[in-house]
Design a protein around this ligand. Structure first.
Ligand SMILES: *Cc1c(COP(=O)(O)O)cnc(C)c1O
Length: 463
């Protein structure tokens, strides 16, 4: 073994191996030598463990390990996956995907200087938040707006800016966990607000709020049930009624809307208040996610009364959660599309996928079915429900068309699912009763060819 270890050449010698010549045009010697060092470590270990015993192979083993290391290291981990789950806002898959306008705005500014904090009219310092204020005023009727990194940050910022050391009144039915350990009570605590719980889990009345208001009250807080439903003997106070109370008692009302829709989904059987309707009904302050029903980049959008937003803008914590220029550009692009509410239905992928007709889904299913037939993979078509997901519309099922694959003599569904995930372009599907399900709702037609190709590879790997 010691003999073998001694056979390992010096790094600078290995660098001159003819197999690395091509790479030396692409990468610096320093980088290549670092990579060889890592490879040598791996090979040394293999020699010590007795896995490599043949002295003629050592150079080659090191070089091939070096190539493997470079190939792996240079490949980004974050990559495109094909979402065939039917869940439109899939948190694991990055929630909303951008519209073309959103993408183009982001893409065109990513490598440019911008007027992010410069007022081009005055030549003086401007505010990054100004760029989206006007359009949010138009779309929601708000007096002022602010964007931070995500809605969780928005909630925290609002509580700390408006209710620190003061009581924030929340219904016990709304003290929820959003996911990933983000719990409203803990966030309040963290923000320094004193939680004043009112009502019970299933029922909260207006008098519960009214009785709780005193001179220590800083904020009335309403939390939208974006990711849960309470059924049966229940009562919650609609925002409109809380507005009356808030006006009477002169305590501002803040609504954490979570999923936050700018598009009116009601003609599609989706009961979700629009931000505009809530502003119109007099809610002082609202916050919602950029990447849920809005269908934009991750972000926390705050809209409402100017007086309150100015106070929030002055809070130190804003600096820690301030939105960056890439998000702002993608958000502005996304919002611009909303100026035409008819077009946004087609152009915003999230809205499009949530409102697409069954006929369109069936047509897509038939096309994909035929394409799979040509490569001898026989799916069947079935009408099943898909979900909105990502902390939105928890109760709503969306009838959809799916392709279904049953386990065959040679095809094991669990093995196929693994292979699909290991693919160059991973394919994510649903499984039920050992059947593989691909839901057409979230599959783009432009991805069909790629999907069939990649699926076939994984499928053949199981045979
Ligand atoms: C999703 C959600 C949040 C958190 O928003 P992120 O953008 O994911 O940070 C907060 N509150 C409610 C009600 C939500 O639904």
């Amino acid at each position: 073994m010691k003999e073998l270890l001694r056979k390992i050449k010096k790094i600078d010698k290995l660098l001159l191996s003819p197999e690395l010549e091509g790479l030396r045009d692409v990468y610096s010697d320093l980088y290549l030598m670092d990579s060889i060092k890592i490879a040598v470590k791996v090979i040394r270990k293999k020699i010590i463990e007795g896995i490599i015993t043949n002295e003629n192979n050592i150079d080659l083993a090191i070089i091939s390990e070096t190539l493997k290391h470079i190939a792996l290291e240079q490949k980004p981990n974050l990559k495109k996956v094909l979402n065939c789950t039917g869940t439109v806002l899939h948190t694991n898959l990055g929630r909303a995907i951008l519209s073309n306008k959103g993408k183009e705005a982001l893409y065109s500014l990513a490598d440019q200087y911008t007027n992010l904090e410069l007022n081009l009219n005055t030549g003086k310092r401007g505010s990054r938040y100004d760029h989206i204020t006007d359009i949010l005023k138009t779309l929601t009727g708000c007096e002022d707006a602010l964007v931070v990194n995500n809605n969780a940050a928005a909630v925290l910022l609002i509580l700390t800016a408006l209710s620190k050391d003061k009581e924030a009144i929340v219904s016990r039915g709304e003290l929820v966990e959003i996911g990933g350990s983000f719990r409203i009570p803990s966030v309040m605590d963290f923000g320094g607000a004193i939680l004043k719980e009112v009502g019970t889990t299933n029922k909260t009345h207006l008098f519960d709020y009214e009785n709780a208001i005193n001179k220590e009250t800083g904020l009335l807080v309403k939390v939208h049930n974006s990711n849960y439903t309470i059924k049966g003997f229940t009562k919650t106070i609609p925002a409109e009624e809380l507005v009356q109370l808030s006006k009477k008692k002169k305590v501002p009302i803040y609504y954490d809307l979570g999923s936050g829709a700018l598009f009116d989904f009601s003609p599609y059987g989706i009961q979700e208040p629009t931000v505009k309707s809530l502003i119109t009904s007099g809610v002082d302050l609202l916050s919602f996610s950029g990447d849920k029903l809005l269908g934009g980049p991750q972000g926390g959008i705050i809209v409402g009364k100017k007086k309150l937003i100015e106070k929030i803008k002055k809070n130190q914590f804003l600096r820690a959660v301030r939105v960056d220029k890439l998000t702002l550009s993608a958000l502005e692009g996304t919002l611009l599309e909303y100026l035409d509410m008819e077009k946004v239905k087609t152009n915003n992928p999230t809205i499009n996928m949530l409102t697409v007709s069954l006929e369109t889904l069936e047509k897509k299913a038939l096309i994909l079915l035929e394409m799979f037939k040509k490569v001898n993979i026989s799916f069947s078509i079935k009408k099943l429900n898909s979900l909105s997901g990502g902390g939105s519309l928890p109760d709503k099922e969306f009838p959809s068309f799916c392709l279904l694959l049953e386990a065959g003599e040679k095809v094991s569904i669990p093995k196929l699912i693994d292979n699909l995930r290991f693919n160059n372009i991973p394919i994510l599907v649903r499984v039920k009763d050992n059947k593989l399900i691909m839901d057409l709702r979230t599959i783009k037609e432009e991805d069909f060819v790629m999907l069939v190709e990649e699926f076939t590879k994984a499928y053949e790997g199981t045979i």
